[in-house]
Design a protein around this ligand. Sequence first.
Ligand code: CP
Length: 292
Amino acid sequence: QRSLLGLKDLSRDEIEAILDRAAYWESRPNKIEPVLQGKFVANMFFENSTRTRFSFEMAEKRLGAEVLNFTAAASSVQKGESIYDTVRTLESMGIDAGVIRLKPIGVLAELAESVRVPLINAGDGNNEHPTQALLDLYTMRKHFGRLDGLHVAIVGDVLHSRVARSNLWALHKFGAKVSFCAPPNMQAPELDAPYVSFDEALRADVVMMLRVQLERHESGMLKSAEEYREHYGLTAERAGRLAPHAIIMHPAPVNRNVEIDDELVEHPQSKIFTQMEHGVPIRMAVIERAIL
Ligand code: CP
């Protein structure tokens, strides 16, 4: 039984094993293979989600697990119950694993120490989003056949991005080069990657656009959507300068015509919906690893 709290402390071999297992699940013709029959998984989302929540549920059901969906807004969290008491409650009822998304940073590691049930991080504050980065790595590895030597430019709201952090830490383990491009007030200088101009970012093999996370902004961080698009948006004109082999990625949800132009979301070089497709086999591999 293994938790997955982040990729920073996971070895390259462990990450590779998850990617390989996801490839196995992606290749399986049957929609349901009940290897987790009789197991119970709780999806505990203390922050909103569409992709992560539903792809975990899809993954759990494809493996034959029983699924409990917990949504903070419809729970006793509204009466002031703590995250710890919520997880302990579900643990005492007999769940075999918990998938958890949290707003505060630093709570998850403490929580994992205090409960026996394996926990899977579905995004904690701006710290890590390991299953998103795993599906991103999977998408890159599948497209290019390797990760080693790739140049990945991550563009946008790096400061608030758990996706940027998990990708950075994982990609470095595989010998990929990571560059950031961000407005000065959305940079995270403590992270180990150089900041480059948008022109340089456009020369990368992968241009990963980040959502402007308005819900995490202090007031005044974003002057206007138009101004952001002009300086840091992947416009159709900028996309026209990408190398023919380059791919566009974005974890979604997308702010159309802010960080990426509407017409680029389903552009031939865009992998945005492919990323979502890969989220299911990746989460099957992660759930299986947690329970079996
Ligand atoms: N990419 C991602 O985590 O999307 P959701 O917030 O919809 O889960």
